[in-house]
Design a protein around this ligand. Structure first.
Ligand code: HEC
Ligand code: HEC
Length: 207
């Protein structure tokens, strides 16, 4: 903002008041070019339109904008610090202004959802059950109660539908072992075992 105001003022002073509108257009064009360059950088790993090819890199397409913003801020202030977050995202997020964070979040959240992944139908059925009913005997609540009945997420609750299975499983593991700080989720999945994690993530990726 500051740089842009300065540019507007400087150019405005050079070309007179009549040229202010023109200077503003130039500043807007510069903002747009900066946003485009940032999106291109992200696409190297997260794929064109936020549809990533490798499961190491989460799909960002159709993700909740509030969640995307929260994560980018958590990478930037190092509160999300699991090994891959540190290795890949701390550096990427360090140079993003709050304004840029909100713009890239807006861009990726408005892209069409990623395509579903195939999976073992037995695991998918078991995972569907866990997602919608939880595991009451083990104190695991229904995932749908926060992530939504179709796993599309809402606000701070991320979309999980169509996310890569391997990425989701990795997150459950780093959240359970507290390598990734996610206060609400720690209690929820404390007693989820590896097989149940495989099932619920295979279901989610298949959506
Ligand atoms: C060099 C590869 C790479 C680049 C470039 C990159 N990312 Fe990432 N990003 C990752 C990896 C790997 C993860 C998963 C980290 C983890 O496992 O905790 C990630 C995670 C994320 C997440 C969290 C998603 C979720 O579901 O929790 C967001 C948001 C994100 N990146 C946004 C961006 C944005 C915006 C850019 C461009 C400014 C970007 N990334 C550039 C590799 C990259
Ligand atoms: C009480 C609400 C709540 C319930 C119930 C819940 N979650 Fe979450 N979940 C969250 C929140 C909040 C986050 C985001 C944490 C953050 O901002 O880092 C999250 C994040 C996640 C992530 C990380 C997504 C990503 O893109 O990195 C996964 C995976 C996940 N939840 C799976 C599940 C599963 C599976 C269940 C059911 C066993 C479940 N959640 C139940 C609130 C909940």
């Amino acid at each position: 903002m500051k740089r842009r105001t300065l540019l507007t003022l400087t150019l405005g002073a050079c070309v007179g008041i009549g040229g202010l509108a023109q200077a503003q257009n130039l500043a807007n064009a510069q903002d747009k070019a900066e946003l485009k360059a940032t999106i291109n950088n992200c696409s190297v790993c997260h794929g064109i339109n936020g549809h990533s090819v490798s499961p190491t890199f989460p799909n960002l397409a159709a993700q909740q904008p509030v969640y995307l913003e929260n994560q980018l801020k958590a990478f930037k202030d190092h509160t999300r610090g699991d090994p891959n977050a540190q290795a890949f995202m701390w550096g990427m997020a360090s140079g993003l202004s709050d304004q840029m964070i909100s713009q890239v979040a807006g861009y990726f959240s408005s892209q069409p959802p990623p395509p579903p992944e195939n999976g073992d139908p037995k695991l998918i059925a078991e995972g569907h059950h866990i997602f919608t009913h939880g595991i009451p005997a083990e104190g695991v609540p229904a995932c749908a109660s926060c992530h939504g009945p179709d796993a599309a997420g809402r606000g701070m609750f991320p979309r999980l539908a169509g996310q890569h299975q391997e990425y989701l499983l990795k997150q459950l593991l780093v959240i359970q072992t507290a390598l990734r700080n996610a206060p609400v989720m720690h209690g929820v999945i404390r007693d989820l075992n590896r097989q149940q994690m495989e099932a619920v993530t295979t279901y989610l990726a298949s959506l």
